[in-house]
Design a protein around this ligand. Structure first.
Ligand SMILES: [Zn+2]
Length: 463
């Protein structure tokens, strides 16, 4: 039985072996080539079942097969391909680790871009194109790492299950949700998972470099509101006007200030950030720690406040209205859509609050709902992830955070997989990581991909 490279019970332990075991120069070339190639394979997900991941899935499967793995392609519908492969670890008694990345991307209009979004062009040390950050970069890093292991004869301690999914950018019906429902056996033994949206550089001012590693996600609560009233002529008295009732409910929802609810992940995040600023972390359970106290703390955290602020409470943003059609006709009903997001543990409060805000004449229901997640930040796994980042960016600090939105990790959580957001990238000052997600001119520096390969390799061999 191989011992882990890092003592998992000691977060301060350094790995025993050379940190670059497993990674060779070819891995650094391949991660760039694979990112670029995957971007060129247009896997735009237009929603409502309209997507086509198969070319990227076949590409990924070929790269895995070349490294001695036996990938399987799985489709719920024609062209909506997923790829799953298992790499046996050296310790058959150890829990397996799930590494997952989605293959689809959101649409991109070439007219808006400086470089064609499906060119995969490498220019001045930067790979351009849709998916460069979300998340063909991580797909490519995973491929580069496992292929390097094969070349250099390195194996991880735990079984590693690799899953490359379809349809993350819509409902996951053809991707992770389908895999979990129909092919759960492929994930036997997986207790923890790594995927997107964590491990990136935040330049937090005064030379402070932070790497938020995600250990939670708010839940998705997409709502449909329907107001009912009495239809009639627009010139008559009507105190049961569905449009007015809807507008009032939408206004109340938009104006509602959700109360502060600090989850374990967010507390850990605020504590770490306060300490890095030389501040004494507040007592979150003190009744005096209210909105004003939080705002004062956030103001002192500088740019780091931006990744905590969306996750200190539930949220509800009205996003669409559907009502009426003619100026002199009062419709009998009117509808609206609301994008709600719910903290771990916040679901009962969310439901009760929506009942009160909508009132007696407006019905509401979930038309799409996904669970919130919370993974432990005091785990040996979390410590290993942080150590690997800090090893390759000395002086930087990895800190926990909760994602404001959701990922495929929600689906794999149904199989008992605790998900962490960990797609490591070292990014230069001024690189607006958040703006890359679904944004114009999405791109990733080659240096960041190299960093990611090294960090992932180190972390995966230590887990
Ligand atoms: Zn993504």
């Amino acid at each position: 039985m191989a011992e882990p490279l890092v003592d998992p019970t000691d977060p301060t332990a350094r790995p025993r072996a050379l940190p670059q075991a497993g990674i060779d120069d070819r891995a650094l070339l391949e991660v760039v080539e694979f990112t670029s190639d995957l971007i060129r394979l247009d896997t735009t997900n237009r929603g409502a079942g309209r997507g086509h991941e198969r070319p990227a899935a076949e590409y990924v499967a070929e790269r895995l097969a070349e490294a001695g793995l036996e990938p399987v392609l799985l489709e719920k519908a024609r062209g909506r391909s997923n790829v799953v492969a298992r790499l046996p670890g050296t310790d058959p008694s150890a829990d397996a680790l799930l590494l997952h990345g989605h293959l689809d991307v959101v649409p991109a209009d070439p007219a808006d871009w400086s470089v064609h979004p499906f060119s995969g062009e490498v220019r001045d040390g930067v790979v351009w194109g849709r998916g460069a950050i979300d998340m063909k970069d991580m797909d490519a890093m995973l491929l580069a790492v496992v292929r390097a292991w094969n070349r250099t004869g390195v194996r991880p301690r735990r079984d590693v299950v690799l899953a490359f999914t379809a349809d993350e950018e819509d409902s996951a019906e053809f991707g992770a949700a389908y895999l979990v429902q129909q092919h759960a056996d492929l994930f036997d033994g997986c207790t923890e998972g790594l995927s997107e949206s964590g491990g990136f550089t935040v330049h937090a001012g005064d030379g402070l470099r932070l790497y938020p590693v995600a250990a939670g996600e708010r839940g998705t609560a997409w709502l449909r509101l329907t107001a009912h009233g009495r239809a009639g002529h627009g010139s008559k008295v009507n105190r049961e006007n569905a449009v007015s009732r809807l507008a009032a409910a939408v206004h109340r929802i938009a104006e509602h200030r959700w109360p502060l609810r600090l989850t374990d992940t967010v507390r850990a995040s605020l504590t770490a950030l306060a300490e890095l600023r030389g501040l004494t972390p507040p007592d979150f359970d003190d009744p005096g720690f209210d909105d004003a106290a939080l705002d004062a703390l956030l103001a002192r955290l500088g740019p780091a406040a931006a990744f905590v602020e969306p996750t200190v409470r539930n949220s509800t943003n009205p996003t669409a209205l559907e009502a009426g059609g003619k100026v002199n006709v009062i419709p009998g009903s009117a509808g609206a859509l609301v994008d709600g997001r719910v903290l771990p543990g916040g679901e009962a409060e969310f439901t009760a609050t929506l009942d009160a805000l909508t009132g007696p004449h407006v019905e509401w229901d979930y038309y799409h709902r996904e669970i919130p997640l919370q993974a432990p930040v005091d785990s040996a796994t979390f410590a290993v992830l942080c150590e690997a980042i800090e090893h390759f960016d000395p002086g930087a600090h990895a800190v926990p955070y909760c994602m404001s939105g959701g990922t495929d990790a929600k689906h794999f959580a149904r199989l008992g997989v605790r998900g962490y957001g960990f797609s490591p990238l070292r990014l230069p000052p001024g690189f607006d990581y958040g703006a890359m997600y679904h944004g114009v001119d999405e791109r990733v520096p080659v240096d960041a991909l190299h960093f990611g390969v090294r960090v992932l390799n180190r972390a995966l061999l230590a887990l």
